[in-house]
Design a binder for this molecule. Structure first.
Ligand code: FES
Length: 148
């Protein structure tokens, strides 16, 4: 084997393609940012591949101008927590995997069995003990970015 062949070229020569190549490459490279979740077609434009970018002046996301409201984008529940802060947590419940998490009364909640989580993803009751994955947010002007 050519010593200058990089890992990707080597895997391609083995005949691995598409998803299998992606999975092998991610596993072998140990990338912590390797996410294999599909992004739904409603992903907002304007962000990079590693973030969502939501324009709060648009009607699609203007709900987020009011404290206590939330939107769901690409299976992420994005909530307006205070005048200056947001929380973005996965919509997929850590209890039994239902994609039902919403934001209500200042906390994240799954109605299937009642799991509750605070805005940092920490579980607040026995069904929420595993916590929820959180995403960093950055708010500038009218643009809210969610780091994936
Ligand atoms: S699946 Fe959410 S509480 Fe059980």
């Amino acid at each position: 084997m050519n010593e200058k062949m990089n890992r990707m070229e080597f895997l391609k020569k083995l005949g691995l393609k598409g998803a299998s190549l992606f999975a092998v490459y991610c596993t072998t490279s140990g990338l912590s940012s390797c996410i294999n979740e599909p992004i739904d077609p409603t992903t907002p434009t304007g962000g990079t591949g590693n973030e969502l970018s939501l324009d709060l002046s648009s009607s699609a996301y203007s709900k987020l101008n009011t404290i206590g409201n939330f939107v769901i984008v690409s299976s992420i529940v994005i909530a307006r927590v205070s005048t200056s802060s947001f929380a973005a947590l996965t919509q997929v419940c850590s209890h039994q995997g239902s994609k039902k998490v919403v934001f209500s009364s200042g906390e994240f909640y799954c109605p299937v069995h009642g799991a509750r989580f605070d805005t940092t993803g920490k579980g607040l009751n026995s069904t929420g003990t595993r916590g929820l994955k959180t995403y960093l947010t950055d708010f500038q002007g009218t643009t809210l970015k969610v780091k994936l």
